[in-house]
Ligand binder design. Sequence first.
Ligand code: PLP
Length: 406
Amino acid sequence: MLDKAGAIQVVPPPDDLPLDRILPDEPLLLMGAGPVPVPQKVAIANSVVINHLGDTMSQVIGRVRLMSQYVFQTTSPHIIGVAGPGSAAMEMAVANLVWPGRKVLCINNGFFSSRLGEMAERCGGTVDRYDVPIGQAADPAEVEKFLQNGAYDVVTLVQGETSCTVWNRDLKIITRMAREHGVLSIVDAVCTLSTMPLEMDNWDVDVVVTGGQKGLASIPGVSLIAFSEHVWPVMMERNAPMEHWCLDVRLARQFWEEKGYHYTAPVSGIMAIHEALRLVCLETLEKRFERHTISSVALQQAIEAMGLELFVRPECRLNSVVGIKTPKGVDGKHILDVMSSVYGVEISGSFGLPIVRIGQMGEQCRAHNLFRALHAFGMSMKAAGASVDVPAAMATLENSLAVLDG
Ligand SMILES: *Cc1c(COP(=O)(O)O)cnc(C)c1O
């Protein structure tokens, strides 16, 4: 680069700004739709770097796969990790099963389930969409109509649609129906895995996708996918060209199943997810589901006691992320700003809907975090001009959570 006088200029280093001057002195409590707070064991594991190949790493991978089989509830050995966000895992699932000529049914409950359809289109698939009305669960009878008329190869759906806080409560009916019709199912369980039942084998699910930073309470950037024994040969025997190199399951299995090299694995993130999985195994799924249900329902009751309305009807309301209607005349962004700047608690806005969202995944479902988040939320609602009864909400939370103490 030349300056005005024609002299050669080099790019100088910027002024120094240490990270601790960027980060707040006290970390904010993450009570949004992800990432979620990580347990200390996960945080410590995330600081470990070792050789990505060799005996130590392959022992860790072996344990990750074994523990994953429990968490996904599958006996399939085909557990594959991805260096990337939940979306990369979604893309791996789609890219390996969709190519030009393949027909895909995308069950669309909103932002994330729609993304699966977009990915399938980008892979050259022909995609039909069942657009479920916002705030409702997919209706198995509607899905059946599509399956009868469509000759689909793949159906994609989400267990919990984080964006509008809907739970597809009939997931297992839909995935079993898909298997009967000879259609492969891809289920996005990014925000739900280990927070509510998902029995991959029993429910005939072919692919379950999850991210690190939500239900599993690990770090963002390393994700897991489980493939059924039923779907595996479809990918191994594929003849269609595969444009993706990083996401090709046939290459990824060299690392995940054969102790070989694909790309340098995200060692630290795998250590973190190892610990996250181990904490799930120690707690047991049964107890973890119970903790999540009690905690989320208590929060929902408390918010109603405050005088606010929840976005989704109880029958298909997602417990992992709770959507709350912002009262008329109240600015959702204002609530979020006060919560973080005054109370040190972060929750999420939304993608266009008139709601704010509080996460109920992993450590977010602990009494001390709930009390702090609910108080901050109520006081910030007040500051934003809503008429809310904060003491009533706190009392309701206390009463509803009493069950957890026993
Ligand atoms: C967050 C989320 C995703 C996307 O995960 P990223 O890690 O942001 O790519 C996909 N599906 C659901 C249901 C989610 O909640």
